[in-house]
Design a protein. Structure first.
Length: 280
């Protein structure tokens, strides 16, 4: 079944096929030089290593692939995971799928965006892997259906609806003179989200727990189902404000992390690590 996958790969994604050929050639070059500890004279590129390379390549290119390409590739791998030989099943699981999880854990790949394109057995293995390694299973992995798509501007709309204080802060910003507004694309979206983030941090103690939960839910809905510009506004404007609030002692980190949805928390941890690196 794996041979069928390699035969179909160029038709699914020429870019992935080229990366696969390069990986195979590089392995054989190492074999010829005696540099590969796993290589044996005349041996084929180990299927586990090849699938791990394919998983890494897929993670790096998934956002440039069409839904059809992703679903076709992931569907073929699901078939192997269900009906392949034990050796092939192990290679898909520990090679391809664990490469996806590793890329996600490192912040290099948004696993949530392809979660519902993975087959049932693939999703099951990833959740079991998280449990075995002591990593909490993100709640979006438990969705029966894909996250509800959100329209453009959802970052502003959902935040306004989640808390009156944020809506009032947004109204005050919109009431300022037009000279302070910019004609640059996305300026209004990002500036409005940043303004509501500042209000949330500043008045955090005055916002009751149910309204905080609504704000956190709004953030999660955006990062899981909204257009890229809205997700960027949350990731680059709202989340950094939360991290800064924690660093300034406005609120303890666990008070935020315990309320954030799993995917927003992933952004929070990534921003926090980046700030720590900048301070070193």
């Amino acid at each position: 079944m794996i041979s069928r996958l390699w035969a179909e790969l160029p038709g699914i994604s020429p870019e992935l096929a080229a990366a696969d050929r390069a990986a195979v050639d590089a392995w054989h070059a190492d074999e010829a030089d005696g540099a590969s500890e796993d290589a044996e004279a005349g041996a084929d590129y180990p299927v586990l290593l090849r699938l791990a390379e394919l998983g890494s390549s897929f993670a790096a290119r998934a956002n440039r692939m069409s839904a059809w390409q992703r679903e076709r590739l992931l569907g073929r791998l699901e078939e192997v995971l269900v009906s392949g030989t034990e050796h092939e099943q192990d290679a898909v699981a520990t090679g391809f799928l664990e490469a996806l999880v590793t890329a996600y854990d490192h912040g290099d790949f948004d696993l949530a965006t392809v979660w519902h394109e993975l087959g049932e057995e693939s999703r099951h293995y990833i959740k079991i892997w998280n449990t075995r390694t002591g990593v909490a299973v993100p709640y979006w992995m438990t969705f029966r259906d894909p996250p509800e798509p959100q329209p453009a501007g959802a970052a502003v709309a959902l935040l306004r609806d989640s808390c009156d204080r944020l809506a009032n802060a947004d109204d005050r910003l919109l009431g300022t003179s037009t000279e302070t507004r910019s004609a640059e694309p996305d300026y209004d979206l990002q500036h409005r989200v940043e303004n509501m983030a500042a209000e949330f941090v500043r008045d955090f103690r005055e916002i009751d727990r149910p309204n905080r939960a609504k704000v956190f839910e709004a953030l999660e809905k955006v990062v899981l189902g909204a257009p890229e510009h809205d997700v960027t506004a949350i990731a680059e404007r709202f989340v950094p404000a939360l991290v800064t609030g924690c660093r300034l002692g406005v609120f303890p980190p666990m008070l935020i992390l315990s309320g954030l949805g799993a995917h927003t928390a992933h952004y929070f941890n990534k921003v926090n690590e980046e700030m720590e690196q900048e301070m070193e």
